[in-house]
Design a protein around this ligand. Structure first.
Ligand code: NAD
Length: 469
């Protein structure tokens, strides 16, 4: 307390955006102070989000795969799940990665201050119960928090995603409020672990905003596995009683009053722009908590940058890390700018749904001209050998320039496969470039080449008679 730190660059927030910015700036020779409220680096993504959820999704997928092997004549019997061990494994993974980040920070001689920071002036930040930091430049990377549904009682059985990932127990009946990315990923985990899951989603379908043909295989799979999918429906009230959480629904597929052992609320995230004293630094924050930035990630105060969830949608770790590098490089005097053409998005459900660039939904909404071609995974030998022929790969093309505008995929590993599409769009590739790139056989990656061949009219894996699929 009472200590004063003088630093060239302050980074506020140690999530994927903040630590990437801090590391890059240190590598470029700046003296960097990183202020993070949590004891560990990595933010929500590493501690309470992407990484623990992917660890649990791996367990869920393994359980599903083991069950599916009975069709091939291989029986393991009913799984015995030791929740304590699964939780310990997940926590060890998180600890290993956050320990790794601490090591990387030490090697770069970064000063890491643990505590909640708030600006007290355009070049000063106070850390609660900690030092004052005088800075020449700053990068705000304070992330976002889950939206709370008004009217829901305070009760340990009503969880946000962080509480759900703590994996306290597996409820008998689980209600997931919100059929977006977080809701569907955690529904995948809990259903595989044995919970009877109901998803209630306000809009007409799961993963709103995503093309319906990509969501269909996911909807078909979960329809057979979950207790109910209530679309066009919302929760009107929930009461926590001794025998469970009593819920009343309203809407197109509203069921009568229901009792659940637990409720997970995943109805979106809000930026953390309010509450960091931004006004004392002169940084403008809008009424929702977002901070506007230019193409160099600068706020309205030129020596203060902002990156990640707090600057706008999509709230994705890989977008934050990219923006963090841009801000660090500009702060270090380099010529850098945010000129990413596309940002891939992935729902790590089973099957995975992934898209990058233009979607048909956005093209129709905005009147963007496009042509499309697709390849059904039912004709992919590799997909069928995995027992997963329900997938689809679809490309959208500019009819005038023939440039690839967007790609959507659904199927196992779609999240990994979409990276090739992101590179193709960044490189200005046309379907012909992808079609003439020899893809390894038999792999799921071929499905992108086959969709491109379908567009070019050169596909032999299906009989299209010269037509696009
Ligand atoms: P989301 O916006 O993706 O989904 C929220 C869903 O809740 C929407 O489908 C919405 O229609 C629905 N909803 C809203 N109010 C409702 C109500 N009262 N009743 C029923 N449904 C309601 O938000 P999320 O899933 O909470 O994710 C938050 C953010 O985190 C997103 O920006 C997302 O991109 C990001 N995220 C991404 C990943 C990933 O890329 N794999 C994973 C986790 C989170």
């Amino acid at each position: 307390m009472g200590d004063v730190i003088d630093t060239e660059l302050l980074v506020l927030g140690g999530g994927p955006g903040g630590y990437t910015a801090a590391f890059r700036a240190a590598d470029l020779g700046l003296s960097v102070t990183l202020v993070e409220a949590r004891e560990t680096l990595g933010g929500v993504c590493l501690n309470l989000g992407c990484i623990p959820s992917k660890a649990l999704l791996h367990a869920a997928r393994s359980l599903e795969d083991a069950r599916a092997l009975s069709e091939l004549g291989i029986e393991f019997g009913e799984p015995r799940i030791c929740l304590d061990k699964l939780r310990t494994w997940k926590e060890a993974l998180v600890a290993k990665l956050s320990g790794g980040l601490a090591g990387l920070a030490r090697r770069r001689k970064l000063r890491v201050v643990t505590g909640r920071g708030a600006f007290t002036g355009p070049n000063r930040l106070a850390v609660a119960d900690g030092p004052t930091v005088n800075f020449k430049q700053a990068i705000v990377a304070v992330g976002s928090h889950p939206v709370r549904l008004p009217g829901l009682p305070e009760d340990p059985r009503i969880m946000d995603s962080s509480a759900a990932l703590a994996l306290k127990d597996v409820p008998g009946r689980l209600l997931v409020v919100g059929g977006g990315v977080i809701g569907m990923e955690l529904a995948t985990v809990y259903a595989a672990l044995g919970a009877r899951v109901t998803v209630v989603e306000l809009t007409e379908g799961l993963l709103p905003g995503c093309d319906r043909d990509l969501v269909k295989p996911l909807e078909a799979r979960v329809a057979g596995r979950y207790e109910a999918i209530l679309t066009g429906t919302r929760v009107v009230s929930a009461q926590a009683r001794e025998d469970g959480v009593h819920v009343i629904f309203e809407g197109a597929s509203a069921a009568g009053p229901q009792v659940y052992d637990a409720v997970l609320v995943a109805v979106g995230r809000r930026p953390n722009g309010a509450g960091i004293g931004a006004e004392r630094a002169g940084v403008q924050v809008d009424e929702r908590g977002f901070i506007a930035v230019d193409a160099r990630q600068r706020t309205n105060v030129p020596h203060i940058f902002a990156i990640g969830d707090v600057v706008g949608e999509p709230m994705l770790a890989h977008k934050a890390a990219y923006e963090g590098k841009v801000a660090a490089e500009v702060a270090a005097g380099r010529k850098a700018g945010n000129d990413a053409k596309v940002i891939p998005a992935v729902a790590y459900t089973d099957p995975e749904v992934a898209w990058v660039g233009l979607t048909e939904t956005a093209a129709r909404r905005d009147g963007v001209a496009y042509e499309s071609a697709s390849f059904p995974w039912a004709a992919s030998g590799r997909a069928l050998s995995l027992g997963r022929g329900e997938g689809l790969t679809k490309i959208l093309v500019d009819p005038r320039t023939h440039a690839l505008l967007g790609v959507g995929m659904v199927g196992p590993q779609a999240g990994d496969l979409i990276a090739e599409a992101a590179l193709a769009i960044e490189m200005g590739a046309e379907p012909g470039d992808i079609a003439l790139t020899i893809h390894p056989h038999p792999t799921l990656s071929e499905t992108l080449a086959f969709a491109a061949e379908a567009y070019e009219g050169t596909l032999t894996e299906l009989y299209l008679n010269g037509k696009k699929s």
